[in-house]
Write a protein that binds this ligand. Sequence first.
Ligand code: FES
Length: 177
Amino acid sequence: MTATLLSKKQNRLPRILEHASGDKRFKILEAHMKKHQFKHDALIEVLHKAQELFGFLEDDLLLFIAYKLKLPASRVYGVATFYHFFTLKPKGRHTCVVCMGTACYVKGADKVLAAIEEHAGIKAGETTPDNQVSLLTARCIGACGIAPAVVYDGTVTPRQTPETALEQLKGWTGHGH
Ligand code: FES
């Protein structure tokens, strides 16, 4: 993403903030920033937390962080791209983030993940060769009460089973095998 593109994206801020107000993951992230008193030098720490919560760092999330920490978006984007341990938005048309936090894990998130991996023929962190689906994992997305939770294209979905997960995937890929 170029700097120009990034500045254009800043116009999306009101929409991002509105979306964030209804998504618990943003609230948890904001509480984390607050814990660090919104200090600029907590940026890497905040990006780590964001990746744990969301599975990857997409543009809207980076803009949200920049806004809350009062940093230029280019700086936040620069740091996120510089370090190899950060994952930017994967190239799949659809994203599937399986929460592997403790609450989800004990309720069978590992089985859900295994079913998706087998169906899609990829491992967590990979994208299908046709670029349809990127599979990622997160560590507690703040929805333990509805465990195991999976985030399909940004929508937190409760109580997943291998069956419901495969149904969702088949809906995306339009075929039943
Ligand atoms: S462990 Fe999955 S939402 Fe908390």
